[in-house]
Design a protein around this ligand. Structure first.
Ligand code: GLN
Length: 487
């Protein structure tokens, strides 16, 4: 058996029966990375020694009832792991070694995960293809001439190519869901506040959320169980009791159904210019949900058209403020200038890439006195309207189903010179972050070129259990998750 192909649930089952040693599983995954990653480029840093050391320390007796015990996992390189280089795929943090641990990786460590490494991303998570990485572009395992999506492209590609059993990503405007869709895997963005952001390098703090990228919906529920929960070190995290997200997922194929579930289909998400094959696959998925017993109704989210514009004001404004801390003094790289101001300028000029600079300028402009009311304040007002659209619809539907992205994976280079085109790849995911709601992307078929299509289920705030249940029932009935790239 090729151990690296296992899901978390499968590996955990074997480990609990003492039929699989964590060390053997980690060795298999590390071997897979060695064999494939020179072609895919999913990892910025492979932490082989850490993974082997962690796996070697685990003993069958202390597993308890813990499904992440001995599971090799990858972490997007914008989350701090104490003592391990954390770059954000930026030259400015190229040699930054954090002296502290993020809450999410701390929780994973307590659960007994084995860290395989830190994955590639668009610099500071700004982008939709990993082409904005300050180091290299990750390739899509389904077709290495294509982008894996982004910004969590390294995590999604690593999961798709079995170079980890599961991974962690972050999502500010779609960065978990869009790469999951492009790479044919599952990606969950939790409700804002469900997962602590402590130790996640901030891009746009009111939008950023950490979540799992996995081979199956069940695995996403397992990881969410481990990482969700209030944290005194993140004042925006919510201290409510966390349900067991795996409890509602029935493993019995015959009992899977969606009776009683009301699914809304927003007219505004089936737009001109959307790839026909994507639309066909998503409509077929909706039919499948009907067959499973769901009631499907048409809904309206009237402010959808303003989401991308509002997002690019709010996200860039917050980024311009968050990225002010990189001055050559406190963190990472320093390029000396003739005086203090000169050092700031040199460091930022040399350390940041083009897209990051573009966003800092845009955000600084939007926040400047005289323009603040016209741009930032207006965008926040639009954000409220978008959130109200969702609140209104969720009075009578349980989930909203949409495509995750208007296209399947595009060619590397195809959109790299056209930021606006690139910004539009997140047209279906961005509103969810503005509203703070949870959403999951799951595979729903392939286009004629053999590239995966993803569809998105959006839930009420803290309605993760509902979207996971619906996604799981669909996934098992449709069976797309069984198809893997033949890289
Ligand atoms: N692609 C979007 C952007 O460039 C979203 C990125 C993200 O979710 N981190 O900002």
């Amino acid at each position: 058996m090729e151990l690296f192909r296992l899901t978390i649930a499968e590996a955990a089952g074997l480990i609990s029966k003492n039929e699989l040693a964590p060390l053997a599983l980690t060795e298999s995954v590390i071997g897979r990375i060695g064999a494939l990653d020179s072609r895919v480029g999913a990892y910025i840093t492979v932490t082989k020694d850490i993974a082997m050391e962690q796996a070697g320390r685990l003993s069958a007796g202390s597993r308890g009832n813990n499904p992440l015990y001995g599971i090799p996992m990858a972490v997007k390189d914008n989350m701090c792991v104490k003592g391990v280089r954390t770059t954000c795929a930026s030259k400015i943090l190229e040699n930054f070694i954090p002296p502290y641990e993020s809450t999410v990786t701390n929780k994973l460590q307590e659960a007994g995960y084995c860290l395989t490494g830190k994955t590639n991303l668009d610099e500071f998570a700004m982008g939709s293809s990993t082409e904005n990485s300050g180091f290299f572009t990750t390739k899509n395992p389904w077709d290495i001439s294509r982008a894996p999506g982004g910004s969590s492209g390294g995590s999604a590609a690593a999961v798709a190519a079995d170079m980890c059993i599961a991974a962690i990503g972050s999502d500010t405007g779609g960065s978990i869901r869009q790469p999951a869709s492009f790479c044919g895997v599952v990606g969950l963005k939790p409700t804002y506040g469900l997962v602590s952001r402590f130790g996640l390098v901030a891009f746009a703090s009111s939008l950023d959320q950490i979540g799992p990228i996995t081979k199956t919906v069940e695995d996403a529920a397992i990881v969410l169980n481990a990482i969700a929960g209030g944290d005194n070190r993140d004042s925006t995290s919510v201290h409510d009791a966390i349900p067991d997200y795996t409890a509602s997922l029935s493993g019995d194929l015959n009992s899977l159904n969606l009776h009683g579930l009301k699914v809304g289909i927003p007219e505004e998400y089936f737009i001109d210019g959307m790839d026909r094959e994507v639309e066909a696959a998503v409509r077929a998925a909706i039919e499948e949900m009907k067959r499973l017993g769901a009631e499907v109704v048409s809904i309206k989210l009237p402010h959808t058209a303003y989401a991308v514009a509002a997002y690019y004001i709010i996200a860039t404004s917050e980024a311009s403020s968050n990225l002010a801390r990189y001055d050559g003094v406190k963190y990472g790289m320093r390029a000396a200038g003739s005086d203090l101001i000169g050092t700031y300028m040199e460091t930022r000029a040399k350390g940041f890439g083009q897209e990051v600079k573009r966003r800092i300028m845009l955000g600084t402009y939007a926040l400047s006195s005289g323009y603040y009311d016209a741009y930032y304040k207006k965008a926040q007002q639009v954000r409220t309207l978008i959130k109200r659209d969702f609140d209104e619809v969720f009075k009578y539907v349980d989930v909203i189903a949409t495509p995750t992205s208007p296209t399947t994976a595009f060619k590397i280079g195809e959109k790299a010179d056209d930021p606006l085109q690139m910004y539009l790849s997140d047209i279906f995911t961005i509103s969810v972050n503005l509203a703070g709601a949870p959403a999951i992307s799951i595979p729903c078929g392939f286009d004629s070129g053999g590239l995966p299509v993803g569809f998105q289920l959006i839930g009420r705030h803290f309605g993760e259990a509902t979207i996971l249940k619906a996604a799981h029932a669909y996934e098992r009935a449709a069976g797309w998750y069984k198809r893997r790239p033949s890289i």
